[in-house]
Write a protein that binds this ligand. Structure first.
Ligand SMILES: *Cc1c(COP(=O)(O)O)cnc(C)c1O
Length: 366
C-alpha cells in the first residue's frame, strides 16, 4: 500500500536530531516562552525574509489573532467585509467570523483554483476592508495583482500560508506579500511540528507586538492585562522540533517538486485533469490535486491498486452545517471543484518506485 503521507517515515529521517532537541528542552527546565521559541521565531522570520515572527498555538489562531489585532489597533471594525476564497479549508473563514467580520466568499480562478486579482476586484464594495489570500495546495494566490488592488483600495491583506511555507513569487516568499501571514505547523503541513503549532509573520512591529500580547492573555507584563486575550502559545518542545525540521525544509520542497514533475510528465489519461502550475517557485506542492468527473470511482480504483488518496476538500465552507447562513449562495465553480478533486500521495519520502506505481495506477483508470 502506498500511504497518502507517511509521517513516521518523514520524521524518522531526523529521529536522532529530534531526540537530541527534545532532550535539550527537557533538561533546560523551561517549557513555555524560552530560548527555543525565540530562536525558532528568528529563524523562521529569516527564512521568510520577514522582520517579525510570533509563535502561536496553531494556524487558525495565527489567522484569528491577526484579524483581532487589526481590530484592537482600530484598523478593522465589526461588520467590515473581508474577501476570502470560497474554495478553501474552513479555518480561513472561521478566523473572519470569529472576529464578527463578514466573509465575502469569492469563486477561485478556474485554472489554479486559487484567489485571483479579478476575483477580488469583482467582490469589492465600499465596506471591503481586508482580504484573506489563501495559498491553497501549496501554490501562491495571484499576489502581485491582489496587492495592487489592496493598495488602490486601502485594504489589509492577510495571507493564509498554512500550506505554502517556502513558496515564492518573483523571489518574494509567501508570508511577505501581504501585511501579515498566518502559518500552520500541523504535523501534515510542509513544515510540520510533532503536535500543534502556528505562527504569524509580518514586517509590522506594532502588529507583531499586539498578536503576541493577545496570545498571552492580553498581557505584556506578568499579571497585568491590557486586553481580554487568549492563551495561544507555541511551546518550547514544538519550537525545538520545528528548528530541526526548518533546516531541511528546502530540501523537502525540492523532493516534493521532483514527485510533482514526475506526475506532471507521467500521468496521461484523458479522464484526469492535472493541476495548472503558474510560475516556477510559486508552488511547493503541499498537495497534488487532480480533477476527475468520476472522482469517487477513481478513488475506489486507486485504493484497489494500493494507492491511498484523500479529498481536499469534500464540502466547501458555505455548504457546511456550521455556515447554514451561506447555504443559499451560488458558487458553482467551487462546488464542482469539491465534487471532482482528488489528492494523490506526495511527500519528500516517497520512493521512485512508489511514484511510478501511482502514475501506472492513475493511467490505468478507464
Ligand atoms: C491547516 C490549515 C489551517 C489551520 O491550521 P491549524 O494549525 O490546523 O489550525 C488554516 N488554513 C489552511 C488553508 C490550512 O490548510
Amino acid at each position: 500500500m502506498i500511504t497518502f503521507l507517511d509521517l513516521k517515515k518523514l520524521n524518522g529521517v531526523y529521529a536522532a536530531q529530534l531526540r537530541e532537541a527534545c532532550a535539550r528542552v527537557i533538561e533546560s527546565g523551561w517549557y513555555i516562552g524560552g530560548q527555543e521559541l525565540a530562536a525558532f521565531e528568528q529563524e523562521f522570520a529569516a527564512y521568510c525574509q520577514a522582520e517579525h515572527c510570533v509563535g502561536v498555538a496553531n494556524g487558525l489562531d495565527a489567522l484569528t489573532l491577526t484579524l483581532r489585532a487589526w481590530k484592537e489597533l482600530g484598523l478593522l471594525r465589526e461588520g467590515d467585509e473581508v474577501i476570502v476564497p470560497a474554495n478553501t479549508y474552513i479555518a480561513s473563514v472561521l478566523a473572519i467570523t470569529e472576529n464578527r467580520l463578514i466573509p465575502v466568499l469569492v469563486e477561485p480562478d478556474a485554472g489554479t483554483y486559487n484567489l485571483s486579482g479579478a476575483g477580488v476586484q469583482a467582490a469589492l464594495t465600499e465596506r471591503t476592508k481586508a482580504v484573506v489570500a489563501v495559498h491553497l495546495y501549496g501554490q501562491m494566490a495571484e499576489m502581485p495583482a491582489i496587492m495592487d488592488l489592496a493598495k488602490a483600495n486601502g485594504l489589509l491583506v492577510l495571507e493564509d500560508a498554512a500550506q505554502a511555507h517556502g513558496a515564492s513569487i518573483e523571489g518574494r516568499k509567501a508570508g511577505t506579500w501581504g501585511h501579515a501571514a498566518g502559518f500552520s505547523f500541523y504535523p501534515g503541513k510542509n513544515l510540520g511540528a510533532l503536535g500543534d503549532a502556528g505562527a504569524m509573520v509580518t514586517h509590522d512591529a506594532q502588529l507583531a507586538k499586539m498578536v503576541r500580547g493577545l496570545g498571552n492573555y492580553g498581557s505584556y507584563r506578568k499579571y497585568e492585562n491590557a486586553f481580554q486575550g487568549v492563551n495561544s502559545r507555541l511551546d518550547e518542545i514544538q519550537a525545538a522540533m520545528l528548528r530541526v525540521k526548518l533546516e531541511h525544509l528546502d530540501q523537502e520542497i525540492a523532493a516534493r517538486r521532483q514527485v510533482a514533475d514526475s506526475y506532471l510528465q507521467g500521468i496521461d489519461n484523458p479522464l484526469i485533469q492535472l493541476p495548472q502550475v503558474t510560475a516556477g517557485e510559486a508552488h511547493v506542492w503541499h498537495l497534488f490535486v487532480v480533477r476527475c468527473e468520476r472522482r469517487d470511482e477513481l478513488q475506489r480504483f486507486l485504493q484497489e491498486q494500493g494507492v491511498q488518496t484523500l479529498i481536499h476538500y469534500p464540502i466547501p465552507p458555505h455548504k457546511q452545517q456550521a455556515y447554514a447562513e451561506y447555504a443559499a449562495l451560488t458558487l458553482p465553480l467551487t462546488e464542482v471543484i469539491h465534487e471532482q478533486v482528488l489528492s494523490l500521495p506526495i511527500s519528500p519520502v516517497m520512493s521512485e518506485d512508489d511514484v511510478k506505481a501511482v502514475i501506472c495506477a492513475v493511467n490505468a483508470f478507464s
